[in-house]
Write a protein of this length. Structure first.
Length: 238
């Protein structure tokens, strides 16, 4: 597979435009032996290539699918395919940034579907998500039902996810990040180590009310059954 062909320019290696060069790609197998290349290019176009036919099956301008973007060039573009892709369909995500620092960055979600009637591949835009302002993308993950993103500003971090209900995507949902508890427990000389460890384990806020209720249900004494046996034992004595 000639690398210059992935650019989609239709020219040979000597005449291919560097503006349309591929900067990120993902490969996937459809049907029986049909391998496709999903290529994101410097000219802000997403191209779907057939490795067998060596032809460009579809081409979309990514900047046409986001709102409020004035720039015609991309600062960075990254492609991720779903970890749950099948041989008949594939969901993928493309992160597009038109400036450094995530000031104008988006994640676009696409579906690639194989039509069995004529065995043609289609590229369908599903949703567009705006990334947090002032944060740089660390990584993102796409599955058939969820989109996860992780950003950092160098000072703090942001994790968000979105879910898919059929063909209707949800809005971003924030993930609460909590620091890991310290591994070393300070034990004063005047305190029993067992008491110090119990205080550390049962620090206020360490467990959610739901976790506490579930633990009581699983490991707590069967109060109702115990009371029933106690009443039955009292009646037998009488």
């Amino acid at each position: 597979f000639v690398p210059s062909a992935i650019s989609g320019s239709g020219q040979g290696s000597s005449g291919a435009s560097t503006d349309s060069a591929c900067v990120s790609l993902a490969l996937h197998a459809f049907g029986e032996g049909e391998v496709v290349v999903l290529a994101a290019c410097k000219d802000a176009r997403l191209r779907l290539w057939s490795c067998e036919q060596r032809e460009c099956l579809a081409s979309l301008n990514l900047l046409d699918l986001v709102h409020g973007v004035q720039s015609k060039e991309v600062f960075s573009v990254v492609v991720r395919k779903s970890v749950e892709g099948t041989r008949s369909s594939l969901r993928c995500g493309v992160h597009v940034a038109t400036a450094a620092g995530g000031s104008t960055a988006h994640i676009l979600v696409f579906d690639i579907v194989l039509f069995n009637r004529n065995r043609s591949l289609g590229l369908n835009h599903m949703a567009t998500y705006t990334c947090p302002t002032g944060y740089d993308l660390v990584d993102f993950l796409v599955s058939n039902c969820e989109l996860w993103g992780y950003w950092t500003s160098g000072v703090d971090s942001v994790v968000r996810y979105a879910t898919y209900d059929g063909d209707t995507p949800s809005l971003w949902k924030n993930v609460l990040l909590t620091a890991h508890p310290p591994t070393d427990v300070f034990i004063p000389e005047t305190k029993d180590p067992r008491e110090a460890y119990l205080d550390e384990i049962f620090t206020c806020g360490r467990f959610s009310p739901q976790d506490i209720c579930k633990a009581l249900e699983l490991y707590g004494p069967p109060v109702v059954q115990h009371q029933h046996h106690h009443q039955q034992h009292s009646s037998d004595n009488m």
